[in-house]
Design a protein around this ligand. Structure first.
Ligand code: G6P
Length: 365
């Protein structure tokens, strides 16, 4: 199929802005809002019998796996192991009988992820894949295929595939929790209802893109940028850092906010912007206090939060985010970090859709 940029300057920009539409499309395939239920494709086994989940992926897909670990462990109380595909098979992973191994890949062709899938299959695991490209090798070889319905993604830096992967993983976490008897019907219906709010809230974040563009222009000259978050937003911080590295070539790191004092705080001075991802959850006070330690060392803090009360004094900038539930919040915070990277890259004049040294799909190990 022919895909064009429409009235966007880059495919990446188009793909960022179509996220409310494609996430609605993905959720539409997995949620039955009338019944208040999640509907996954047929699986040749009972989810209730799965003792452990193994998630394996590369790049942005790996960060989707890290987010999903929080949902699956919290809601379904099933242990989750997450690994980078190029590391997984070489550490002789311990599989459990009946374990479900899920391979997440936009392309369905990434060599390391495919090799890991084959490793798990040969070991007798139940093998599922979450892919965008339906005719891909991983889709052909897995026992269960969960398509993300994002539509063709052209920009090398993954954006809409990430939020669609998260949408599918959230639905899976809810279904597994229901299968395990960890949530009742009313709770399942409440999660379905919460997920249904995602597209509208995502559109709200996108409507604020001028504010993000302004912040991006301010960070574009930086040599180093830190992204920090706690809990489920720690992987979003890592994804933000990856996006910035990929397309703007600014060195960036994603760090757990509480770990800053064990090293990276030594890097902080007035030239280092620090993006704090701090939604109003039970960890916000701790994250904000870590950000205050940064400000005390002249770091330029940029706060992304829905908590207007959080101490903003001395911060370089803040971006007001909408409030959402625990499944939707990480999906929402993926957007401003994508836009920061995008506008920083545009400001620097890099080749946004075809960044140097990178490929859309990596078919070598
Ligand atoms: C490449 C792409 C990344 C992508 C990664 C994994 O490095 O540039 O954007 O996240 O591969 O790709 P996959 O198709 O397996 O999700």
């Amino acid at each position: 199929t022919m895909v064009d940029k429409g009235n966007h300057r880059h495919f990446m920009q188009k793909e960022i802005f179509e996220q409310p539409t494609v996430v609605a499309q993905a959720l539409g395939r997995y949620l039955d809002p009338v019944a208040g239920k999640v509907r996954l494709p047929h699986m040749p086994f009972e989810l209730a019998t799965v003792p452990k989940v193994t998630l394996v992926a590369c790049g942005t897909s790996y960060y989707a796996a890290l987010v999903a670990r929080y949902w699956i462990e919290k809601l379904a109380r099933v242990p989750v192991e997450v690994d980078i595909a190029s590391e997984f098979r070489y550490r002789e992973p311990v599989y459990m009988d009946g374990g479900l191994a899920i391979f997440i890949s936009q392309s369905g062709e990434t060599a390391d992820t495919l090799a890991a899938l084959r490793h798990a299959k040969a070991a007798g695991q139940r093998v599922a894949t979450i892919v965008n490209v339906m005719g891909s090798t991983m889709a052909r070889e897995a026992d269960v295929v969960l398509p993300i319905h994002a539509g063709a993604e052209i920009g090398v830096a993954s954006t809409k595939a990430f939020t669609c992967q998260l949408s599918v993983l959230a639905a899976l976490a809810v279904d597994l929790a229901a299968a395990k008897g960890q949530i009742d019907e009313a709770q399942e219906a409440a999660f379905v209802q919460e997920l249904e709010t995602a597209p509208k809230l995502m559109a709200q974040v996108l409507a604020n893109d001028e504010a993000i563009e302004e912040i991006a222009r301010a960070i574009a000259p930086a040599r180093d940028v830190l992204f920090v978050g706690r809990g489920i937003h720690f992987p979003i911080a890592m994804e933000g850092a990856l996006k910035l590295k990929e397309i703007s070539y600014i060195h960036a790191e994603g760090y757990a906010a509480g770990e800053l004092k064990h090293g990276p705080i030594a890097l902080i001075d007035e030239n280092v912007p620090v993006i704090g991802i701090a939604p109003n959850d039970e960890l916000i006070d701790k994250t904000v206090s870590n950000l205050q330690e940064i400000m005390a060392r002249q770091g330029k803090v940029i706060l992304l939060s829905d908590n207007a009360e959080s101490e903003a004094e001395g911060m370089f900038a803040r971006l007001e985010m909408p409030s959402a539930g625990e499944l939707v919040t990480p999906i929402l915070y993926a957007i401003p970090v994508q836009l920061l990277a995008y506008y920083a890259a545009v400001e620097k004049g890099t080749d946004v859709d075809q960044p140097r040294n990178l490929a859309k799909s990596v078919t070598v190990e």
